[in-house]
Design a protein around this ligand. Structure first.
Ligand code: PLP
Length: 339
């Protein structure tokens, strides 16, 4: 059986090693942490946000649900760089800042400083920059934990200007057990070749459907919190850096464009490559799937968002589950497809 690369995490108990990246407050999902922050800011009378045009819908929807007026700043790709086009600082109450894929080069520290100096409120989404060294200067920092490791769910506020009293419900335990069962079945399938893929895929889907319809603010489940707090972060970071570094070197030789160059301080979530057009990106993605490699695309374009990144980007897998032989398989497919 060919080993699958990518997609949902399987069950893996953490090594007991305290993760120092401890949150101020945990939530079931990243979007719920953001919603708690927005509710707090609404109490202070804030009504408008300046938001990146390259984003995912789950970052945007909490603002829309809370009737905050959203204005976009352009985020576009230009030769190994992401360009932020931001002006008219005084026209908006809130700046929503973010980082892309765990590459330090896309941090928005200069803009964050500028907005803070103008007495604006800054929310930073650190979902992608969670494992980069950063003294967060934004007023509020939150992220989604579940993108990085085998948790059931997980989001958190990592920094908050003031103490917040979030009224949190409990997640549906039945759905949490469904996800945990899916992860256990996938672990058996990947590690021992036992079982049927359709079974765990349908369970993951059931959980994901539940998550997408849940818009209350919920607490994290105990299992996810335990995984996050006991993850050996250093090992994870080193494995990601090693895999990403290998991919970057090979991609350079093949003259495949990456969204960023890799630097020492980065901790990539994925290695984003940029293809010449959408057809080329989609063909490569499909070719990967035929080889049991599941690379996501970031993101499905939300309504009213414009950026040249959506159609061209493909996220190569580089996470801690994989070794250099797996990275070689990814490169081989790209070599066969791009010319
Ligand atoms: C950058 C970023 N922030 C926040 C979120 C929301 O996280 P969650 O899915 O845990 O609500 C996502 C989800 O894809 C994301 O990509």
């Amino acid at each position: 059986m060919i080993k699958e690369i990518g997609s949902e995490y399987w069950l893996e108990e953490p090594n007991i090693q305290a993760n120092t990246n401890i949150a101020v407050e945990y939530f079931f999902l990243g979007r719920m942490a953001l919603k708690a922050i927005i509710i707090e800011l609404k109490k202070q009378g804030l009504r408008t946000v300046l938001f990146p045009s390259y984003c995912c819908n789950s970052m945007l929807s909490p603002f829309l649900e809370e009737s905050i007026e959203v204005f976009f700043y352009d985020v576009n790709y230009d030769t190994n760089e992401v360009i932020f086009d931001i002006n008219l600082i005084n026209d908006y109450d809130i700046l929503f800042a973010t980082n892309y894929f765990g590459y330090k080069k896309s941090d928005m520290n200069d803009f964050i400083g500028l907005f803070l100096r103008n007495n604006k409120v800054v929310i930073e989404d650190n979902t992608h920059s969670m494992f980069i060294k950063n003294d967060y200067s934004a007023d509020y920092v939150f992220g989604s934990i579940r993108k990085w490791m085998p948790t059931i769910a997980g989001g958190a506020i990592f920094k908050s200007k003031n103490v917040m009293e979030s009224d949190k419900g409990s997640p549906d335990i039945e759905y949490c057990m469904i996800k945990k069962k899916a992860m256990a079945l996938k672990a058996n399938y990947i590690k021992k070749g036992i079982g049927n893929k359709e079974n765990f895929l349908s369970l993951y889907n059931q959980f994901n459907d539940y998550v997408d319809t849940e818009n209350r603010i919920l607490n994290i489940d105990d299992y996810s919190r335990r995984v996050f707090e006991n993850l050996n972060v250093e090992v994870m970071i080193n494995l990601r850096k090693r895999n990403a570094s290998f991919l970057h070197k090979q991609l350079k030789k093949m003259e495949v464009d990456t969204l960023f160059e890799l630097s020492e301080e980065d901790c990539p979530l994925f290695v984003p490559i940029m293809l010449r057009n959408k057809a080329e990106r989609d063909n490569l993605r499909n070719r990967m799937i035929q080889n049991s490699i599941y690379c996501p695309v970031h993101w499905k374009k939300p309504k009213n968002c414009q950026s040249n990144i959506y159609d061209l980007e493909l996220s190569l897998i580089c996470d801690q589950r994989y070794d250099i032989n797996d990275m070689k398989r990814i490169i081989k497919v790209i070599e066969g497809e791009i010319n």
